[in-house]
Design a protein around this ligand. Structure first.
Ligand code: UDP
Length: 331
């Protein structure tokens, strides 16, 4: 199939583009490089530099490459930034996506897999979180993802769009030359590995007074390769699914302290750890129920054991101590 991957230079998008190529699809990578990395685009995909808000370019690309399906990753994704600059998130994630959807309608493209997030749930009322959990996001990032999920249902109704939205829990891990490199990096695993590599750095636990067994927050870590597989299964299911949302999570939670221990074991280094105040907006526990995606798409996490996630991310980190900075493009 000819597939357009927006945000293909980002963390999850790049792994997904690579896995699609491995599955013998023809992939067109589309990215404006506002946050992505050129070195994250694997050789065998066609690369177009552009913005999803530029309808004329997206239309030209869809026609030229006879695009049949779209995987849409391009989005602003740092929660903290969304709190400070909601307009940026509404412009990129909502307005940009609507422009993209209208191009798909115009070009007769009816298959879409959308990157959503567990952030659509907000503060969990019960765990594990099923797809029926109330949707009350507590930050603009989650809100913009939810707005698009709802828009997709209306595009389905009006235009026959077929879509799947995947609500990721905590993506982590690396696949070969592709790893996690956000600027600024706010995520737990890469920050811990940074502290493991640089013994002068102190790792800060954001709060140990949560109502959890060891007082630190519990999250559901899922290997980015398993997330990519969920996309491929979703795409395959689109002829029989008209529109659906699925959690993508392991179904098992680990506390920040457990992840710290895991990193110390895998790296065989002792970290300098300090407890700092809570970070605003962090729920105590976020764990997915993966029952629906397992039942309807046959998805099972294959690589998401915590040690395996950390090992893959550590291998990448030791080869790319500065992330993609100074990594030469594979192209
Ligand atoms: N965290 C931490 N120190 C850090 C980064 C993250 O204690 O330097 C905690 C954070 O408070 C949360 C968990 O690690 O409880 C996972 O955070 P991350 O930003 O990776 O993902 P989130 O769950 O916020 O999407």
């Amino acid at each position: 199939m000819n597939i357009l991957v927006t945000g293909a230079a980002g963390y999850v998008g790049s792994v997904c583009a690579s896995e699609l190529v491995n599955a013998r699809h023809s992939v067109v990578a589309f990215d404006n490089f506002s946050a992505g990395h050129r070195a994250a685009i694997v050789k065998r995909v066609k690369l177009i530099e552009g913005d999803i808000a530029d309808a004329a370019t997206v239309k030209r690309v869809c026609r030229k490459f006879r695009i049949e399906a779209v995987m849409h990753f391009a989005a602003k994704a740092l929660v903290d930034e969304s709190m400070r600059n909601p307009g940026l998130f509404y412009r990129n994630n909502v307005s940009g996506t609507i422009t993209l959807l209208d191009v798909l309608v115009e070009c007769g493209i009816q298959k879409l897999v959308f990157s959503s997030s567990a952030a659509v749930y907000g503060e969990p009322k019960e765990v594990p979180i099923t797809e029926e959990h109330p949707l009350t996001p507590i930050n603009p990032y989650g809100e913009t993802k939810l707005v698009i999920e709802r828009a997709l249902a209306w595009y389905q109704h009006a235009h026959g769009l077929r879509w799947v939205a995947l609500r990721y829990f905590n993506a982590a891990g690396a696949v070969g030359a592709l790893g996690e490199d956000h600027r600024p990096e706010t995520h737990l695993v890469p920050r811990l590995l940074d502290a493991a590599l640089n013994s002068d750095r102190t790792f800060h636990i954001y709060g140990d007074d949560y109502p959890t067994p060891d007082g630190t927050c519990v999250r559901d870590y899922v290997h980015v390769r398993d997330i990519a597989r969920a996309h491929i299964l979703a795409l395959r299911a689109l002829p029989r699914i008209r529109g659906a949302v699925f959690n993508v999570g392991h179904g098992e939670g680990f506390s920040v302290r457990e992840v710290v221990r895991g990193v110390e074991e895998v790296t065989r280094r002792t970290l300098r750890v300090e407890v700092s105040p809570r970070r605003a907006g962090d729920p105590a526990v976020l764990v997915a129920s993966p029952a629906k995606i397992s039942r309807d798409l046959g998805w099972k996490p294959r690589h998401s054991d915590l040690r395996g996630i950390i090992r893959s991310a550590w291998t990448w980190k030791t080869k790319h101590p500065d992330g993609y900075h100074r990594t030469r493009s594979a192209r």
